[in-house]
Every structure is written in structure tokens, then in C-alpha cells.
Design a protein around this ligand. Sequence first.
Ligand code: NAD
Ligand code: SER
Length: 327
Amino acid sequence: MRRILVTGALGQIGSELVPALRERYGNENVVASDIRMPTGQDGADGPFEYVDCQRLHQIEVVLRRYDIDTIYHLAAVLSAVAETKPMVAWDVNMGSVYQVVEAARQHGCAVFHPSSIGAFGPTTPRDHTPQDTIQRPTTMYGITKVAAELLCDYYASRFRVDTRGVRLPGLVSYVAPPGGGTTDYAVAIFHEAVRHRHYTCYLRADSTLDFMYMPDAVRAMIEIMEADPGRLTHRNAYNITAMSATPASLTAAIRKYIPDFVIDYDIDPARQAIADSWPNSLDDSLARLDWDWAPRFDLDAMTADMLENIARRTKTARWGGGGRYAD
Ligand code: NAD
Ligand code: SER
């Protein structure tokens, strides 16, 4: 049975990864950690520790106390916030991943690290972006993601640390809010559609990016860590994706359920520039070949599930017959 530490566990991903890991490996075997403290029932079903993962000692104390063998390292500053605070983003993203792989080396732990579509840049082939290709990102977030991919590969080849990872697309979820990324619109659009039937989008209607529904992303993060190492031709940064979408295509998908949903646009030049530097779609065929990766949610399935769950949680709308929302 694995004994797992999750860093940055109170964020968008950790809020769903921790419960999934606890269901699989047992509540007491999954330690959630963050530099924020949980509120309400967050994480109440298992251990929580304050861990600033820029501090090696704080990581090591928890590794020893719980006899941890696997670290899911989620703590980071996301792309849009990183462009407003690039020095902070460098310190947090690079400082934390370095301390985590070093702690893992000293304590014999495996490490999961999530890279991103942000690890690509404007000179990367935009469509069906290959697994191995040009990586010259023009954002601080992207720079830290490429450096972290390389650092994790280095610790695997030089020190035999079992580092593994995926390049995640923008993640869509209803459980926890996103933490300040360029793809956050794809979460907000669903909440606003249910609550107000109106959303003002900060990206152009035709901005094309890859997305994935959180249940698929959580499953990918567990499957890559459980994959047969003998089949893995890469250690880190497998491209994975579920769909390529735009604000316009998300709007069309939502209108199947909320026909009077209205979108308008007030472009944020900073986030538009980041989006314009990222691929339109990733080629994830190597992940499919090496560890049988396959998404289960396409755009329509994700849209139906998001709208139903947001309506249920907000209680401002109810799921009407015939697959439509009614007040
Ligand atoms: P998030 O912003 O929602 O959560 C990050 C968490 O890290 C926060 O709870 C924050 O308090 C914590 N944190 C920040 N600094 C810390 C530190 N020094 N020590 C400990 N905790 C700290 O982010 P997320 O969306 O959950 O993303 C997790 C990881 O996945 C990040 O590496 C991100 O780059 C990557 N990723 C996310 C997406 C996405 O769409 N959410 C897509 C691609 C990659
Ligand atoms: N969703 C993330 C962001 O927009 C992608 O890594 O920052």
C-alpha cells in the first residue's frame, strides 16, 4: 500500500485528487498539505499538515512522520498570476520542485509532477503538438514548467528517483475554483451559465486550447504512477488531452442545455497573449501507447456533468426534464 504526501492539496486539483487517492489507498495513507489551512470539512477525512514545500526541512519532517513513499507535488503559481508576479512564480515553482525531488532522493520516494500545455511556446507546432518538439515558452509559468520537466528527468537518470509526470491541458471542474490560470474561463463559463445565463469571456471566441474534465485528469495522475515502469519510454511530461475547445464551442455545447445562454467578450490582453502562445491541440499518442491513457469525457459529456453538478450545488436552478435547466 502506498503512503502518499500531496503538496498544494487545497488547490483545484488537490481538492479532487486527495479524495480519489484516499478512496484507493486508504484515508490514513494520504497526507494532504498546503501553506493554507483547510476550512470546513476540507480534508477532514484524513491527515493534513502545513508544509511550505520551498522548505526542505518541512517536507522531510512529514516524510519521516508518515513514512511516505510517494509525493504528488501540486504546489505552484499558475500562468496568469505568474505573469503578474514573475519573481514569485520562479521562487515558488522552481524552489518547491527542487526541494521535493531532493527530499525524494534522500528518502527514497517516487514523485509525480504535473507539467502543462504552458511548457510550449509560439515556435512549437500548434496543431497535434508532438510529444518531443520545440519548447521555447515565452511565459514565466512555461519557463518553470520546462525547467521542472528537465529537473525531474535529471533526478530520474542521475539519482534513480522514480519521477513521473504528464503535461496537463486546462482542467475543468466544479469542486474547487481554479487558481489563477489562463484556462480558468472554461470553469467560470459553466458557473455563470447556470447562475446568470450570461458570461463575459476574457479570451477571443476562437482561442483554441486543449481541455480535460477533472475526473479524467485525476485518473491519469493515478494511472501514470501505477504504470509498469518497463513500458515507460519517457519518465516525465507525457502529453495528455481530452478535447480541443474554444469559448465559441463551449458556448455551443452549453446552449444545448441552456438555449438562452449569452456570451460576450471583453478581451484581457495579458491572458490572450498567453493563450496565443500555447498549442491548439496536443498529440497524446505516446501516453496511449506506453500506459494505455484514454480520456472518458468529451466536450458534450463534460458539459452535461458540469451543468448538472453546478445546478445541484448552487440550488439556483434545477435540472428540468428533457435535459434543460429551468428556474
Ligand atoms: P492551484 O493554484 O489551484 O493550487 C495550488 C496550491 O498550491 C494552492 O492551494 C496553494 O496554496 C499551494 N501552494 C502555493 N505555494 C505553496 C508552497 N510554497 N508550499 C505549499 N503549497 C503551496 O493549482 P492547481 O490547479 O491545483 O494545479 C496544481 C498543479 O497542476 C500545478 O503545478 C499546475 O501548474 C498544474 N497544472 C494545473 C492545470 C489546471 O488547469 N488546473 C493545468 C496544467 C497544469
Ligand atoms: N490551466 C493552467 C493555466 O492556465 C495550464 O497550465 O495556467
